[in-house]
Design a protein. Structure first.
Length: 607
């Protein structure tokens, strides 16, 4: 696996049929789908003959500067913003539960001055009609709760008086009555006892009958019972009635006090809610508190969903940002980097920035932050993830405004005076890489070692020298090259002349369909041509889910991913078998004739 921006190369060790590996397929696809006229336009002075009969197109190996840039698009924003948001709370359906409409707002781009701050200039006016109605209703609630507090206060005072009245009045009065009753009963009992004694003396002398004596005795008994009853009333009053009544009256006092506390708390909440509504009405008027240039907090949504356009009539929710005051001296670009490139982007890398609004000027920047997590996307978002990256603009020009669209070129790697060849000049065969030479009808392969690569060129670290001329579209001439036989080819070779369709000495007769003729083998792909798409797909599809996802695509060298991505015709971020087969069919039809030989004759000068 070859890493973008690295000088180390770990060749693939999964060779395919006829010497093709997964990297070989990708190189062929890059040749067909990404190079074309762009490659020829990029190197017009380095190309060799191109007329029919002059041989294949070649490239002159030379030393030059190698540059690997990651180019993405993003938007200008300020790294330091003062956000002005709505502070009107959602107080319910009657007062702003769905937000407040903008009645008036200063024009976007308006510059707030120190004079505006001193005069507290009105910047935004929100519709407070619903809050005004709620304030009237809440004022009525406050008055009602105030009346309830007055009633509860009177109830507490009454309960306390009742308690004192019983302890110092009612009880004393009842106790005095019982005391009098006891005294009267004692006096009556004493009198009746004296009369009974007198009656007994008279009865002894015969002056009082026994019946009269018995009546006097009965009167004494009644007087004793009456005294006992009075004393019992006093005992009940002291021990039970007084305690019970005091507890009841005390409970009434505490109940009244609790109700008063509740009424006071309720009244306080009503007052606070009224005051909060008053504050919200004041918050509907946003005044200047800081200098700066007004930039509306517009937001675009997916196909109009979730879109916010700040203007008069727009409904603003609680805490929603209405406009920002950016710091023009601290501007940055927020760009989204494809997951295939993000591993090469590091904090501190230099960046060139070009604005769509000013295409003739180029700004400079430096990467300040690379997100560790992919940016969120909707349910219809792309399958390939993107990572937000911040690039600080080191030379912001006057008048630079947030929202401008910018193209950023992040300098991933730069090498001076190195040998380079186009990526389509490289052939992968087994676990080794080759270039092809052409000289007076003769083809020759040369093993090379490569270093860093980008989407167009590969740095050569061994196997070539300056001034060499290599075949540009080398993979199209694979059959004409005497490449080493791979171990897999030896295992697949039939054991014997009869099985191979050759003669006893192993030489294939003309037209026999053997490897030298270039004819397709039975049930297999053309000899020397692209491998069977199903077999190639199976080797790349590591998780056997029927698709080459972003991770499996990322396993191929970054310089070859453009060709692989070109096979993704439905743009879902993955490549299925049908797309792979279609790409291979296009490769055969557009670049190779039967047997893998270039269409239209003898392969550009082969004898």
């Amino acid at each position: 696996m070859r890493r973008v921006g690295s000088t180390s190369v770990v060749p693939s060790r999964a060779p395919g049929r006829a010497g093709f590996s997964s990297r070989g397929l990708i190189i062929a696809m890059v040749v067909l789908l990404t190079v074309g006229a762009i490659a020829w336009a990029a190197f017009p002075k380095l190309m060799g003959p191109s007329k029919a009969g002059d041989g294949p197109k070649t490239h002159l190996v030379a030393r030059s500067e190698f540059i690997h840039d990651a180019t993405e698009r993003g938007n200008i924003e300020s790294a330091s913003n003062v956000e002005v948001a709505s502070e009107v709370e959602s107080l319910g359906s009657g007062g702003g539960g769905g937000g407040m409409a903008i009645l008036s707002i200063v024009d976007e781009g308006y510059v707030i001055t120190q004079e505006d701050v001193a005069n507290q200039k009105v910047l935004v006016e929100l519709d407070s009609a619903a809050l005004q109605n709620q304030l009237l209703q809440q004022q009525i609630v406050v008055e009602n709760s105030s009346a309830s507090v007055i009633q509860a206060t009177a109830a507490v005072e009454t309960a306390r008086i009742d308690l004192k009245e019983y302890e110092n009045g009612t009880y004393v009065q009842e106790r005095s009555k019982i005391t009098i009753q006891i005294q009267e009963a004692e006096e009556e009992l004493s009198r009746l006892k004296d009369y009974l004694a007198y009656s007994e003396r008279l009865n002894a002398k015969g002056y009082v009958s026994d019946l009269e004596l018995e009546g006097d005795r009965s009167a004494v008994t009644k007087a004793e019972n009456k005294l006992k009853l009075a004393e019992l009333d006093g005992q009940i009053l002291d021990e039970y009635t007084k305690a019970k009544t005091i507890k009841q009256l005390d409970a009434a006092v505490r109940t009244a006090e609790a109700k008063l506390a509740a009424e006071k708390a309720s009244h306080q909440l009503d007052v606070e809610k009224r005051d909060r509504i008053v504050q919200q009405i004041e918050n509907c008027t946003i005044r200047a508190t800081q200098t700066g240039q007004v930039v509306y907090a517009n937001r675009e949504g997916f196909r109009g969903n979730g879109e916010v356009v700040i203007e008069e009539g727009t409904i603003i929710r609680e805490r929603q940002v209405i406009f920002r005051l950016p710091d023009p001296s601290q501007m940055q670009v927020k760009a989204k980097i494809n997951e295939g490139k993000i591993s090469s982007v590091k904090v501190g890398m230099e960046t060139a920035i070009r604005l769509d609004a000013f295409p003739d000027s180029e700004l400079t920047g430096v990467v300040t932050d690379v997100s560790e997590y992919p940016a969120s996307s909707g349910w219809m978002g792309p399958a390939v993830k993107e990572y937000e990256t911040l690039i600080k603009i080191t030379n912001p020009p006057p008048g630079l405004r947030p929202g401008y669209t910018a193209e950023v070129r992040i300098r991933i790697e730069q090498l001076d005076d190195v040998l380079q060849v186009p990526v389509q000049a490289i052939i992968e065969h087994g676990d080794k890489l080759y270039v092809a030479f052409y000289d007076r009808g003769s083809f020759r392969a040369q093993e090379v070692k490569i270093g860093s690569t980008n989407d167009k060129t590969v740095v050569i670290v061994g196997g070539l020298k300056e001034g060499d001329r290599v075949i540009l579209d080398a993979n199209s001439y694979r059959e004409q090259l005497d490449l080493p036989e791979l171990a897999s080819e030896k295992r697949a070779r039939p054991a014997g002349p009869a099985a191979s369709g050759g003669t006893a000495d192993g030489v294939q007769p003309p037209g026999s369909g053997g490897p030298s003729s270039g004819a397709p083998a039975a049930g297999g792909p053309p000899a020397g041509g692209p491998p069977d798409p199903s077999q190639m797909f199976g080797r790349l599809d590591k998780n056997s889910d029927g698709k080459l996802d972003a991770g499996e695509q990322a396993a191929v060298p970054a310089g070859l991913q453009a060709g692989l991505a070109a096979a993704d015709t439905n743009k879902d971020g993955a490549i299925d078998r049908a797309e792979m087969s279609a790409a291979m069919a296009k490769l055969r039809a557009g670049g190779n004739g039967p047997g893998g030989r270039p269409a239209g004759g003898n392969g550009g000068g082969r004898p």
